[in-house]
Write a protein that binds this ligand. Sequence first.
Ligand SMILES: Cc1cc2nc3c(=O)[nH]c(=O)nc-3n(C[C@H](O)[C@H](O)[C@H](O)COP(=O)(O)O)c2cc1C
Length: 189
Amino acid sequence: MTVSEAITSRRATRIYADTPVSEETALRVAKLALEAPTAFNAQRADLVVVRDQAVKDGLFAASGQAQLRNAPVVFVAVARTGVPTDLEEIFGAERAAGIAQWIGTDPARLRESAMKDAMLVGSFALLAAQGEGLATSPTTGWDEAKVLEAIGLGESTEHGVALVIAAGYPAEQPEHPGRLANRLIIDRY
Ligand SMILES: Cc1cc2nc3c(=O)[nH]c(=O)nc-3n(C[C@H](O)[C@H](O)[C@H](O)COP(=O)(O)O)c2cc1C
């Protein structure tokens, strides 16, 4: 499948076949998703691969959205919203201090920049899954604290949830819901 085929064939899909998604397939999707770019390459986003039914049940409790309970696999794109502590590991001691300064310590900005990273990881996961023949349902309709709780981060003040994605082999084929042409702007408004 080409990238353009993956993009054009993807539809938000909420009903899945009983066919299991192998661990290898789920991990392949996750590793591709984590190839997404991040600001400075500071990698302030994680991707949780959820195959455990108890965790999926927790995601359902956090959202009331049945696809998160019924999907064979769910991906959770998590933002590392705290002050990064592993910059030396990524950049080496010499460059880490400068990058830390750029990233800053303002909580709102830390959250926003990490959420952008995590959203890109989530977006890449949608297309990587499509490339594996999986259909996906991206969601933001959940209680963030309850999602964090479900994935084992209930106590954390240094994480946020960007996107929760149900995935499985499709058992429905939703129509394209359409896009307005006026979202494409050339040069300036
Ligand atoms: C940021 C975001 C949040 C979304 N949240 C939900 C959600 O909570 N529940 C749901 O069923 N679909 C959700 N969707 C799916 C959208 O409804 C769907 O992508 C949109 O209708 C366009 O359809 P398409 O993805 O087939 O092009 C979300 C999509 C995005 C991008």
